[in-house]
Design a protein around this ligand. Sequence first.
Ligand code: RIB
Ligand code: CA
Length: 310
Amino acid sequence: MSRKIIIDTDPGQDDAVAILLALASPELDVLALTAVAGNVPLPLTQKNARTIVELANRDTPVYAGCDAPLARKLVTAEHVHGRSGLDGIPLSDPTHPLQPEHAVDYLIDTLRAHPSGSITLCPLGPLTNIATAFQRAPDIVPKVAEIVLMGGGYFEGGNITPAAEFNIYVDPDAADIVFKSGVPLVVMPLDVTHKALTSRAWVEGMRSLGTPVGQAVASWTDFFERFDTAKYGSEGAPLHDPCVIAYLLEPALFHGRHINVEIETSSPLTLGMTVADWWRVTGREPNAMFMGSVDREGFYRLLTERLGRL
Ligand code: RIB
Ligand code: CA
């Protein structure tokens, strides 16, 4: 029996690889993609989500959600992902349609219509859609099986400010709602995604698949790798969002701790920081499985095998 998931996303080249991994994996039943403003504005993230579904030759429905954070101005990341959000390879406009329903209504209706504990939410961008759905329909919160998200950082600090990771920083108020919701959380922070670095050999292996997916993944990685290698001096770039999907497929690739994680929502200096009680000094109730390490070889073996199926 495949696991029902909804991927909430702001594509973004790494979102794209995560979505392709999910669509290539029969263990997962991707009910829909819900787009949110993040890396680039909503008109582009919803268009990119449709492009990715089309590239995978699937008919997964795509819904557009919130175009701005709950209470703050949208911050985007064209400097990392390019103006389109999927820079690296020219792709024709998608013909795959956008669903007419708002993503938040879709989330509420779908969670209400399914048995409790049957749907896992996989946010790969700012948490605005999820938090809005929880605020508008509190009855759906206990129905969510689990939230497996990419966001935050502790030992790694931040990537958009010294203290905050981008997804959490863009909408810290939404993150606060999600982290306090009581839904079982698995968090893939920079602490783990910065260990999931691409390699030249892997990128060339993607290119040598000789498929549109292999070509796209190689070109996207070449594009967004330039930012991280220039900034961190590392060989390779962190494939952040695919860690979420890889965890669903092979959880043993990851290790972390069940700890308390709270979100800074007011300090101008540390806004969006995930205050992770890794050493359990606060006595605060644990609310998240906060990952700290990944089997890099195993992660890329899984990615190569699955993406090779598309
Ligand atoms: O900080 C990395 C996260 O921000 C990733 O999800 C990337 O796609 C961007 O959304
Ligand atoms: Ca993302």
